[in-house]
Structure formats: structure tokens, C-alpha cells
Design a protein around this ligand. Structure first.
Ligand code: FEO
Length: 399
């Protein structure tokens, strides 16, 4: 028995696959609950496939596609909404299996098809607002550049009001039986959707805002993203979340991240976290920069209004895991958040000064005083300064 296509409407089917074997998405981001690569088939006078799948998941995709095309009809069009290989990785084999099939993309897609796969023929270039007529279904294309790559686009079926939204409105987590939002407890997907947004799409928040405006104007009844559940009972729920996150609207709470070799910096951040809690902040999340996967730290920082970074000095510089985090946060171009910093050293300063540089150059951070620098191990006076920072952070993030 083979994998089967799953019906979305009478003529639109899910032909994607789940990946529970890949440990790190993009070689970076942990996937404890897997990820789904969604692709779709539209059955009409002309038959279209929306996107392919990561190469090592080809069998699931092909079995589902064959299950719905076993009458012998082929595929007339392959629409490539996004060229990242988690979606385009099987374009070459599709071209070989269906040599008459036209591959549909925009100018940048077509450039990337040649660069990735050497494909230069059998292509249809579409521009903003162009329509692909399948018979009953008409697909209209709109660019959503940088959500997540420059060629990213959406295809909107005006007949059934179905939006194929590529990475936009997607999330981590395999589809565990249910594939529709009304078949799942969506609250269980929210953390993994935020972790996906923060780490994959978040840097491109301004383009995401433009994409959301386009999508709201279309008023789709069903949203079919490239990852995560298909949104049919409440299609705007995840759009609204993406809107909040890409607008840098944050929740009351403080993320405390420490980099500590022997526990002295951790003493400082523990005192900060405790004081913030005593000042009434319930959501205080503490991460050890050496042990929490970066993706979880970035997710939590994206969610909450306050961030405290505490780092020891290592070889006269910022502790390496903290340097990695600061570099990642600078890349994300986050806004509207409060930042407290503290550092320690023994024989050479370094950590606090680098955290100050990050505060000035690493995004739109509002510094909360005091900055605290400790030699070797914090004294009671040092810890009282840490408690003061914790109380000030609480005041800065309170709603
Ligand atoms: Fe799911 Fe940017 O690829």
C-alpha cells in the first residue's frame, strides 16, 4: 500500500510529507517534533502541482501524487512558489518524470532553477497579478519577496479561495495524523510556529508585514502553507500571530540568558531573575547559553519584552555561546525590547564591554540600568545591584 493524497476540496489535494528523521532544519535548528513539507495537487482540465519536496522525502510525495493521478493523466504545470530545497528539492526528478510539464515561476525563480538544477527550458515566467488558467481554477500569483527568499511568491486560487502561501504562516512540527487546523489542538503548534517564525522568517519582518497586507486583501477561505497545518476553520488565526510577531508586539515577560563557566555569572543572573519574579513578573524564562539550542532562546526572546544577557569573559572576549547568540540577535533586527546586561571577569575584562557594543549596535534595544561588572565572584553588594536590575527590568516590561 502506498501513501495517499488527502482531499482538501473536491479538486485540491495535499501531497506533502512529514520529516521526523532530520535532526536539524537548515543544519541549525532542532526538530524534536519533526517538520512537514506541504505540497498540493489541483485536478482540473489542466493539472497543477504546487511545489515539490525535500529530495530525501520524494517517495512520500510521489506516492501521494501517483495515488491521485493513477488514471494516467500527467501533470501540466509545476508551480514553484519558493526555491529553498526543502520545497524545490524534487523539481529535477519531476521534470524527468513529466517532460512535457511546464514549470511556473517568476524571474528570480527561473534564475534559481538554472543555478540549482540546470533547468532552462519548459518554463513559464509569471509576473505580479498574472493568472494561470487551469479550467475551472484560476491561479493568480503575487510576490512576497523575502518571506522567505527574494523569489518567494504565493498562488491564489480565485475559484475556491484557496491561498498557497509557501513559507508564510508555516511552522515546525510534523502533521501528526491531522493535517487541518480543526483536526488539531492548534495551541500545541503555537510554540513551534513561533520558533519557526523567529528563526527562519523573523529577520524579514518588514517584508512579512507587506505580505500580510496582500493576504488580508485576498480574504482567503483556506490557507495552505508549505509547513504546518492547513488553515481552513480559522485561516486568519496564524496570520494574526505572524502579524503580531512581525510587528514586534511582545508579551510581558523577561528572558534571562547566561554564559557561565563556573557558576559566578549564573549567581548574578539568578539574582536578577529572582528579583524580577518578586517584582511580579510571572514569565521569567532562564536559558543557559551553552546548553539551550539557539532556536529556543531566539523564540523566547522574540516573544517577551525583556532580555537580560549575562556573560563571563573568555580569553579576553565574550563567552563564545553568548557571542553566537548576540550575532544571531543582531541579524534578526529585533525592535521594541528592553535589555539588561551584566558580566564577569577574573584577569582580563571583555564580556561587559562587548555586551555594551551589542546593546548599541545589535538592534533596537532600550538599555535598563544598572550595567553590572563583577571581578571573579559577586559580593553581596554586587548581588544587590543585580536585584536592582531585576526590579528595573520588571518595571520596564510591565504592561
Ligand atoms: Fe520552507 Fe524557506 O523554505
Amino acid at each position: 500500500m502506498m501513501q495517499q493524497a488527502i482531499k482538501i476540496t473536491d479538486s485540491i489535494f495535499w501531497i506533502g510529507g512529514n520529516d521526523r528523521e532530520t535532526d536539524l532544519f537548515e543544519g541549525l535548528w532542532e526538530l524534536p517534533r519533526g517538520v512537514a513539507y506541504n505540497a498540493y495537487f489541483i485536478n482540473d482540465e489542466k493539472r497543477a502541482v504546487i511545489d515539490t519536496i525535500k529530495g530525501d522525502k520524494l517517495s512520500d510525495y510521489m506516492e501521494r501524487l501517483v495515488s491521485i493521478t493513477q488514471d494516467g493523466g500527467g501533470v501540466d504545470y509545476l508551480v514553484v512558489n519558493h526555491m529553498e530545497p526543502d520545497h524545490s528539492g524534487s523539481v529535477s526528478i519531476m521534470r524527468r518524470l513529466y517532460p512535457e510539464m511546464k514549470i511556473v515561476g517568476n524571474k528570480k525563480t527561473i534564475e534559481m532553477l538554472e543555478a540549482f538544477y540546470g533547468i532552462t527550458e519548459g518554463l513559464i515566467e509569471v509576473k505580479e497579478g498574472d493568472t494561470l488558467d487551469l479550467g475551472r481554477h484560476k491561479l493568480v500569483f503575487a510576490g512576497i519577496p523575502m518571506v522567505h527568499w527574494p523569489e518567494s511568491m504565493v498562488a491564489y486560487d480565485t475559484t475556491e479561495k484557496v491561498l498557497f502561501s509557501t513559507d508564510a504562516f508555516g511552522g515546525f512540527c510534523a502533521l501528526e495524523g491531522g493535517i487541518f487546523d480543526d483536526e488539531l489542538d492548534m495551541s500545541l503548534y503555537e510554540d513551534e510556529t513561533l520558533r519557526y517564525f523567529a528563526n527562519i522568517v523573523g529577520r524579514y519582518s518588514a517584508p512579512t508585514q507587506k505580505a500580510i497586507a496582500k493576504v488580508r486583501a485576498l480574504s482567503p477561505e483556506i490557507i495552505c502553507p508549505a509547513h504546518g497545518p492547513i488553515l481552513r476553520s480559522d485561516p486568519m488565526r496564524v496570520v494574526d500571530l505572524y502579524d503580531k510577531w512581525s510587528s514586534h508586539v511582545t508579551d510581558e515577560g523577561i528572558v534571562v540568558v547566561y554564559g557561565s563557566m563556573y557558576g559566578n555569572t549564573k549567581l548574578m543572573t539568578d539574582a536578577i531573575a529572582r528579583a524580577a519574579c518578586e517584582a511580579g513578573i510571572k514569565d521569567v524564562i532562564v536559558h543557559d547559553a551553552s546548553r539551550s539550542n539557539l532556536s529556543y532562546i531566539v523564540r523566547d526572546i522574540w516573544k517577551y519584552r525583556g532580555l537580560v544577557l549575562g556573560s563571563c569573559t573568555y580569553n579576553t572576549e565574550l563567552y563564545p555561546p553568548m557571542a553566537t547568540l548576540c550575532r544571531a540577535l543582531k541579524n534578526k533586527m529585533m525592535k521594541n525590547r528592553a535589555l539588561g546586561i551584566c558580566g564577569s571577569y577574573s584577569w582580563s575584562k571583555g564580556a561587559l564591554s562587548e555586551l555594551r557594543v551589542f546593546a548599541e549596535q545589535g538592534g533596537d534595544w532600550k538599555m535598563v540600568e544598572p550595567n553590572i561588572e563583577v571581578k571573579s565572584s559577586p559580593t553581596e553588594a554586587d548581588l544587590e545591584l543585580c536585584r536592582e536590575l531585576g526590579r528595573n527590568m520588571a518595571a520596564a516590561v510591565r504592561e
